[in-house]
Ligand binder design. Structure first.
Ligand SMILES: [Zn+2]
Length: 314
């Protein structure tokens, strides 16, 4: 398999897990978007050296195209296919979107504009497929508002900025699908709980200063909250509940212990103990979806009281 197809496959794996989480957990989200199952990409995200080859491989009759369609999603049912180039999605006209060349501006603008369309109204999608214009009608389903993206990087990175979840390629390469789902569920939890903006409201410093001073308590609180919510998201999406614990047992000792310990994050053994305690609570509940009280706090300022949530490893 060529490099472009390997990237597509990895990105679609992330998108498919994300789709399963946002569809199964719509009841936990107060910000919804029309779920389509479309995973988009842009020619602008390829560097100058690979751009010609990317155009030859993927087509790109317009600046934003369908990288893939999640199996069983509304886009799949509507007949949209990978490498269809987008002309229009509902009222969103791709050519009218602004963006600097060599950036993903237009892709992001397209994603945000589509996310702002009504969550449950049919949308007409116009594409160019093999040089010819085609129209499809897609019936979206309401899903939690978040997009998912692979980040090709040598480091161990995963992040959530409020609207996007980015997952480093090494997680996709080196972790089983269920454990990857746990990582994605953790990041999606940050978005559902609006952590980015709540940290900013507390004046938190991102980056290397996150492990110092008053920042620490807020970051630890958001980390633990995201861990807790992640097991509810996994449960509702029918992933193995222990996936988050399995992830930490593998990741913790080598990447989050000793010299790799990040001060802004709780110790991995304590995270496992906290997750175990929450799973014991969920085991008592038979109603689905399970909705933790935590989601009702998402509009409140962070109080930094992480000690109230953590269960210590003994
Ligand atoms: Zn986190």
């Amino acid at each position: 398999m060529g490099e472009f197809e390997a990237i597509r496959q990895a990105d679609m794996k992330v998108a498919t897990i994300g789709w399963r989480l946002v569809t199964a957990n719509a009841a936990l989200c107060d910000r919804l978007e029309p779920g389509t199952g479309l995973q988009l990409h842009t020619l602008e995200q390829f560097d100058t050296a690979s751009r010609g080859a990317a155009r030859a491989h993927f087509g790109f009759a317009t600046p934003v195209a369908v990288e893939g369609v999640v199996a069983g999603s509304p886009a799949d049912h509507a007949g949209i296919k990978a490498d269809d180039s987008l002309v229009r999605v509902g009222s969103v006209e791709i050519a009218a979107l602004a963006g600097k060349p060599m950036t993903t501006d237009r892709l992001v603008a397209a994603q945000l504009a589509i996310a702002a369309l009504p969550a449950d109204e049919p949308m007409v999608i116009e594409v160019i497929r093999a040089g010819a214009a085609q129209r499809f009608t897609l019936q979206p389903i309401p899903v939690c508002r978040s997009r998912f993206e692979l980040r090709i990087a040598p480091d161990w990175s995963a992040s959530a900025d409020g609207t996007m979840v980015q997952i480093g390629s090494r997680f996709v390469e080196e972790y089983a699908d269920d454990q990857l789902a746990a990582v994605i569920a953790h990041e999606l939890s940050h978005n559902i709980l609006r952590h980015r903006v709540r940290l900013e409201e507390r004046g938190a410093n991102f980056g290397i200063l996150s492990g110092f001073g008053a920042n620490v308590k807020y970051f630890r609180q958001t980390e633990l909250q995201a861990d807790l919510l992640s097991v509810y998201l996994l449960t509702n999406a029918d992933y193995p509940q222990r996936a988050a614990i399995d992830f930490w047992r593998k990741f913790g000792p080598s990447k989050a212990g000793g010299i790799f310990r990040i001060r802004s994050h709780p110790a991995w053994r304590d995270r496992i103990a906290t997750l175990e305690a929450e799973l014991a609570k969920i085991a008592m509940l038979s109603v689905r979806p399970v909705i933790p009280a935590l989601v009702d706090e998402r509009d409140r300022p962070l109080d930094g009281n992480w000690n109230a949530i953590i269960i210590r490893h003994r």
